[in-house]
Design a protein around this ligand. Structure first.
Ligand code: BV8
Ligand code: ZN
Length: 238
């Protein structure tokens, strides 16, 4: 593999599946029996606030029942040992990357453990339930919503992500179906800008055609294997 300095890793729900968190589109997925438009849009929040708050309350509560799996731990090891640039862009709203020890992490679709106040725009760490929950600590308004990027809303830190993607020597996608944009478009941008592209997924995704290489298998096996490989290559080059 040519000299790799800058790595961007994109993760999706598949990396947290073996920790016991449901994915969206798999068997008994989060969207099973629900319409995305009824939950993950600003209009849904307007139309049925309690339903949306309750959906995210359940997922926030589930975090206390799960733990990082070997895939999260391998990425945290890469984060600790990789001498070059690394950015882990996650579409996930769970905190498993952080709990495994990853530091160079960016939640492009928000986070369950953060609350956004629609009154004053402040974000705050938040761990409880929002339905019939507390008022905003900053402005006192009863206007807290999940700090989640809904469909039709702009993902966070897109300029920073786009710069990293265009600059990457290696772009690795882990556990995502490639169904949602702009995340699903990162591989094409990275490849077009000259990066090697690798996909680690349980099954082929909508974006598999854009990857130089796709390795199929569970993240808990594929990610530690890949991290061992890339760190060994790096050590051999120095
Ligand atoms: C925006 C919230 C613009 C958090 C989410 C038509 C064409 C193109 C785009 C659009 C279009 N119409 C509308 C759009 C835009 C829209 C979009 O892409 N729609 C899609 C459906 C076509 N996108 C947006 O609206 C985005 N915003 O475009 O803004 C804009 C411009 C200017 C100004 C303002 C706005 C916002 C998108 C964010 C939506 N929020 N989540 C939450 O609730 O969790 S999306 C949600 O689904 C996730 O966050 C994630 O991003 C996405 C995909 O989910 P995955 O993570 O991939 O999970 P999935 O279940 O799908 O797949 C799991 C994968 O893992 C599978 O492949 C499976 O095989 C694999 N797997 C399973 N087990 C394992 C495994 N792999 C390894 N090991 C295992 N054990
Ligand atoms: Zn407020």
């Amino acid at each position: 593999m040519p000299d790799i300095q800058k790595i961007v890793v994109l993760t999706g729900a598949g990396i947290s599946a073996e920790s016991g968190l449901a994915t969206f589109r798999g068997p008994d997925g989060l969207w099973e029996g629900r319409r995305v438009e009824d939950i993950c849009t600003p209009e849904a929040l307007e139309r049925d606030r309690a339903l949306v708050l309750d959906f995210y309350d359940h997922r926030r509560r589930a975090l206390t029942q799960v733990a990082p799996n070997p895939a999260h731990e391998a990425l945290a090891r890469l984060d600790a040992e990789w001498p070059g640039e690394l950015l882990i862009v996650t579409q996930n709203v769970d905190d498993l990357h952080e709990r495994a020890g990853a530091a160079r992490i960016l939640h492009m679709h928000g986070a369950l453990l953060s609350a956004l106040c629609e009154g004053c725009g402040e974000r705050r760490l938040f761990g409880g339930d929002m339905l019939d929950g507390p008022r905003c600590e900053i402005c006192g308004q009863d206007a807290l919503r999940p700090d989640i990027v809904f469909f039709g809303e702009m993902p966070y830190e897109m300029e920073r992500i786009e710069r990293a993607v265009m600059d990457a020597d290696l772009f690795v996608s882990i556990g995502t179906s490639g169904a949602v944009y702009p995340a699903a478009g990162f591989v094409e941008a990275a490849r077009h800008a000259g990066a090697d592209t690798l996909e680690l997924n349980l099954e082929p995704s909508a974006g598999s055609v854009f990857f130089h290489e796709t390795r199929l298998g569970p993240a808990s096996v594929m990610v530690p294997e890949w991290v061992d490989e890339i760190l060994a290559e790096q050590a051999a080059e120095n």
